[in-house]
Design a protein around this ligand. Structure first.
Ligand SMILES: *Cc1c(COP(=O)(O)O)cnc(C)c1O
Length: 396
């Protein structure tokens, strides 16, 4: 069947939850993908911060092949070898002692919300279940996580929402302090907001949140679903400020492209999940956790974080260069290879124009062009994209 017919079939039979670009991507290698007509694209989207090692990283592919031929799935009623290995790695590499596994970022946040409520019930009297989250945040699409999310557009039409969420402006410690009541149990925050427009808080923000949480005996929860696994130049974004949370959620890039979610917690907090309190059939299954182990090994052994820091700093500099030349660029921001440029106008047409020239980029919050390339991207590829952006901006 030709491309046109396949896309018609796609538009006819698949739920209309996504407005899709007229492309079928069929193959990927490193930082590049190819469509069904054989055209190549430099991928600055990475499946939305999933393919941090690039497409089809040989170690991840080999781990999946090996595991698929050995044991694809067994229940969490039994111990699972690659899950043990992964949990041990995450406990070594992060603040956490224990991990719970699921299949997506939203599910990881659901687990974090449930654990925070349960911990509070276990340790404090009264009705203590409220969670403070941030405006412009994004935490997923389940009912609990759209409630936690600080953007109206994700909630509209799905009311009634869950009880127990309070939203305050991002990067505003006083607002958090002011929102605390006798019902508050936790603060949930992305160290850098992703979908909300690549918003980087001031230095000291996480430390301030930690201090507030400690003083009021609240749990601090980081949603590192997008910032985690090297995206900002450290394995976890909280390492930039060395301010650990009590709970952290991961997903997107953790298993190099295989669906996975994880909720990590300290021993003290994790104890509130006793057998029977939470579960997931597929969570942490052999295939997903074997892929995650291979992903973390590659990040540790292949200078991935160094490349992210170096090329990220270079990319940021090049984007700042564009900002000096074009007045309609309001701000350039981000960390590592999670970068955005805020325009004073809608960015959608630039995404389409880049695509025509062989570059996949993303636009969020209507006016923020977002760049999330694989962490293995080269300066040369950054130069090529900046050249394309320059030529498009020159026509404005
Ligand atoms: C993508 C994302 C989620 C949701 O993850 P899903 O796997 O789509 O459920 C949650 N939080 C953040 C910060 C994200 O970027």
């Amino acid at each position: 069947m030709d491309t046109q017919k396949l896309m018609e079939l796609s538009n006819k039979t698949i739920a209309t939850t996504y407005g899709r670009y007229p492309l079928i991507l069929v193959r990927g290698e490193g930082s590049r993908v190819w469509d069904s007509d054989g055209k190549m694209y430099h991928d600055f989207v990475s499946g939305l911060a999933v393919n941090n090692l690039g497409h089809c990283h040989p170690r991840v592919v080999e781990a999946i092949r090996r595991q698929a031929g050995t044991l694809l799935h067994v229940s969490n009623l039994y111990h699972i070898l690659p899950q043990i290995e992964l949990s041990n790695m995450l406990a070594t590499l992060s603040f956490a002692d224990r991990s719970f596994y699921c299949n997506s970022g939203a599910e990881a946040n659901e687990a974090a919300i449930k654990l925070a409520r349960k911990y509070s019930r276990d340790h404090f009297p009264g009705e203590r279940y409220e969670i403070i989250t941030m405006e412009q945040s994004f935490h997923g699409r389940t009912l609990a996580t759209i409630t936690a999310t600080g953007q109206e557009k994700y909630k509209k039409g799905f009311e009634p929402l869950l009880q127990g969420f309070v939203h305050v402006p991002f990067n505003d410690l006083q607002a958090v302090e002011a929102a605390i009541t006798e019902r508050t149990c936790a603060v949930l925050v992305e160290p850098i907001q992703g979908e909300g427009g690549v918003n980087v808080p001031d230095p000291g923000y996480l430390r301030g949140l930690r201090e507030i949480c400690d003083r009021h005996k609240l749990l601090l929860i980081y949603d590192e679903v997008q910032t985690g696994i090297g995206r900002t130049g450290k394995l976890f974004a909280y390492e930039h400020e060395e301010v650990p949370p009590d709970i952290m959620t991961l997903a997107k890039s953790l298993a190099g492209g295989v669906p996975i979610g994880a909720m990590l917690a300290t021993e003290e907090v994790a104890q509130s999940f006793v057998p029977g309190t939470h579960a997931s059939t597929f969570g942490g299954n052999p295939l997903a956790t074997a892929a995650a182990v291979a992903t973390l090994q590659a990040i540790q052994e292949e200078q991935i974080l160094e490349n992210c820091q170096q090329v990220g700093a270079y990319f940021l500099e090049r984007l700042q260069g564009l900002q000096q030349r074009y007045g309609f660029i309001k701000e350039v921001r981000g960390k590592g290879l999670m970068l955005g440029i805020e325009l004073d106008r809608p960015g959608g047409k630039f995404v389409t124009a880049c695509m025509e020239q062989g570059f996949l980029i993303n636009c969020t919050m209507d006016k923020v062009l977002r760049f999330l390339p694989p962490l293995i991207i080269s300066r040369e590829e950054v130069d090529k994209l900046v050249e394309v952006l320059d030529s498009l901006f020159a026509k404005e």
